[in-house]
Design a protein around this ligand. Structure first.
Ligand SMILES: Nc1ncnc2c1ncn2[C@@H]1O[C@H](COP(=O)(O)OP(=O)(O)OP(=O)(O)O)[C@@H](O)[C@H]1O
Length: 573
């Protein structure tokens, strides 16, 4: 509004100072114009600050919403989408929205007020001249309509290309070890260059259409202003309007023209942002194929206690179902009844066929079978990362499908084959499974996992930063951290995927001791690769192509199952 008032100042300067030759009036007008400019600048500061702040806020809120949605999605979503692409939604797409809200909308708002104000003041100054301007407006809007669509389309294409590049960077840098060991750097650089050029190509198309849009609008609006100024100059000569009025009118016409140009540019930006938000919304609307489940929809089922009330020392005989009842030591803690499963991405390939077995509280059950037999898949099914196609899984007496995923998962402590370490301190890595644990409890768990000694050897002890993916640890150390994590979780059922990677004899000894100390406390299901693990198991399940082809103790299976016998002989040899 201050800039609009400036037009009136100009009128005063021209008519009463300049044309009338009044010096003191000229000076007063200058003062007035300076004050208006000062007010306008302060207003600009406020507008800029508030709008850019708002842009950042919107961006932060979208990122927060997106992340909290993503962590609820099931593994099948991540199996099908590429992480780099998802990361690009966070970075480039939200940044685009941020700049549109922060800068674009702010400029559009200013331009809109200016445009309307300028039109009103133009009409007051000269109605006829304003009518001429009105004829020009639809001509300006035409290219916006025609070219805007193209801009939007190519904006989406180039954002997609940026996302693919994100995937490429993510994969290459995470797996840099493998790439370098096979001297694959040049090929990686080649694919990256191709990806960067692809972005450049789609961007140039977008830029071309946008540049064309801006140029056309500029040409049409400037030509209109010149024509109107010419008509106005004729009016001044004929005495219909004063020179000051013409000056103010041209000033307003330029303001209005510039505002329209800005608005059209922002519309281009908005179209680009629409592409980005479409992709964000798409991601937000992906729902997990595993319902998180409200806790205990069926009131007749004995509810598990809320986690705060869960006693830290879980009874090895089973887990608490509610305050009154511990699971009966004579009843299975886990029952798989005739289950079948195929991955949602490959529904035609059945991975698990009619598997049935049960696990008693405190038992140590080993699962053996060839690579690809479906052992890890069974673990995923127990924790309900996927839903089974048929059959039933019972946890205690409750059907797995009737329990919330939160409650299912807090019955299990998983030690995966490849221990996962996060880029944080040793303390936080262990505490991941039980965030309320004290440092003393963490140390106790680390001692039980035979990790305490090597942790103390680090300069910063438990506060040592482990680096991305635990690059600062050896294989055996990583495993012991993962075991300490599982001990600290104090969960009733331990799922253990025995590492196949060879550790040196002393590491192996430590890891084995750590595992033994963990297994005595809980019910354990272990995917076994070593004879020493299976020999003492209470029950051994032999899995072959997703089917249970034998179960029993070591001696029974040696006599009854050729596959098991082969496993044992391989171990012995
Ligand atoms: N996300 C997935 N989507 C589709 N198929 C999968 C997926 N994960 C595993 N599979 C397939 O399921 C089968 C069983 O895999 P699983 O990982 O359970 O085997 P495993 O017995 O644990 O093998 P290993 O001992 O080598 O780890 C394999 O044929 C594998 O190709």
């Amino acid at each position: 509004m201050a800039w609009l008032v400036l037009g009136q100042g100009i009128k005063l300067v021209v008519d009463q100072g300049f044309v009338a030759g009044d010096e003191s009036m000229l000076f007063n007008s200058l003062l007035l114009v300076l004050v208006i400019a000062f007010i306008g600048s302060i207003a600009t500061y406020c507008r800029f600050y508030l709008m850019v702040w708002l842009g950042e806020r919107v961006c932060a809120d979208i990122r927060k919403a997106l992340f909290s949605h993503l962590v609820t999605l099931s593994p099948s979503f991540f199996a099908e989408s590429r992480t780099g692409e998802v990361i690009s939604r966070f970075t480039s797409d939200t940044t685009l929205l941020q700049s549109v809200v922060g800068t674009g909308v702010s400029m559009a708002l200013r331009s809109f007020v200016m445009f309307v104000g300028a039109l009103v003041l133009m009409a007051i100054t000269s109605t006829t001249l304003t009518l001429y301007v009105f004829i020009a407006v639809p001509i300006i809007l035409l290219p916006i309509k025609l070219l805007g669509k193209k801009v939007r389309y190519f904006a989406k294409v180039s954002q997609d290309d940026v996302a693919s590049m994100g995937t490429l960077i993510d994969e290459s840098l995470h797996e840099i070890h493998t790439l370098q060991s096979y001297n694959h750097e040049d090929q990686s650089v080649e694919s990256f260059d191709a990806s960067a050029e692809q972005i450049m190509q789609s961007a140039s198309k977008r830029i071309h259409y946008r540049a064309l849009l801006i140029a056309m609008i500029m040409f049409i609006s400037l030509s209109s202003i010149f024509i109107v100024a010419w008509v106005g100059a004729l009016d001044v000569i004929s005495g219909a309007i004063t020179p000051g009025e013409l000056a103010a009118f041209v000033f307003y016409a330029v303001l209005a023209g510039a505002s329209i140009a800005t608005i059209s540019e922002v519309i281009g930006d908005l179209q680009k942002a629409a592409g980005a938000s479409e992709r964000i919304v798409e991601l937000m609307n992906t729902s997990s194929d595993i319902p998180i489940g409200s806790t205990f929809p069926d009131a007749t089922l004995a509810p598990f206690e809320p986690i705060e009330k869960q006693p830290l020392n879980v009874n090895i005989k089973g887990f608490r179902v509610n305050e009154q009842a511990l699971v009966d030591a004579n009843k299975p803690i886990l029952t798989l009844h005739n289950i079948g499963f195929s991955y949602p991405s490959v529904p035609e390939k059945q991975i698990i066929h009619e598997v049935s077995f049960s696990v008693m509280p405190g038992q140590k059950v080993a699962i053996v079978g060839h690579s690809g037999a479906g052992k890890s898949t069974l673990f995923d099914l127990l924790m309900r990362f996927y839903d089974i196609d048929y059959g039933e899984i019972l946890i205690g007496d409750s059907a797995q499908k009737t329990i919330s995923t939160y409650d299912i998962r807090r019955q299990f402590a998983l030690v995966p084959q490849d221990a996962v370490i996060f880029a944080t301190t040793v303390l936080d890595n262990i505490r991941l499974s039980n965030t309320t644990a004290t440092k003393e409890e963490v140390i106790e768990a680390a001692k039980l996992a035979f990790a305490h000694e090597f942790i103390l050897d680090f300069v910063d002890g438990y506060e040592t930063q482990l680096g991305e993916r635990g690059v600062k640890l050896s294989g055996g150390q990583k495993q012991r951290i993962a075991i300490a994590r599982a001990i600290l979780a104090k969960r009733p059922i331990l799922l253990l995927d025995e590492a196949t990677s060879a550790l040196d004899a002393s590491s192996e000894k430590y890891v084995k001791q750590a595992l033994d100390s963990l297994m005595t406390k809980t019910t354990t299901l272990i995917i076994a690769h070593r004879l020493s693990t299976v020999i003492n198991a209470d029950n051994i399940i032999v899995l072959e192509k997703g089917k249970v082809i034998g179960q029993g103790k070591h001696a029974e299976l040696m006599a009854a199952s050729p596959v098991y016998k082969e496993f044992v002989e391989l171990q012995l040899s």
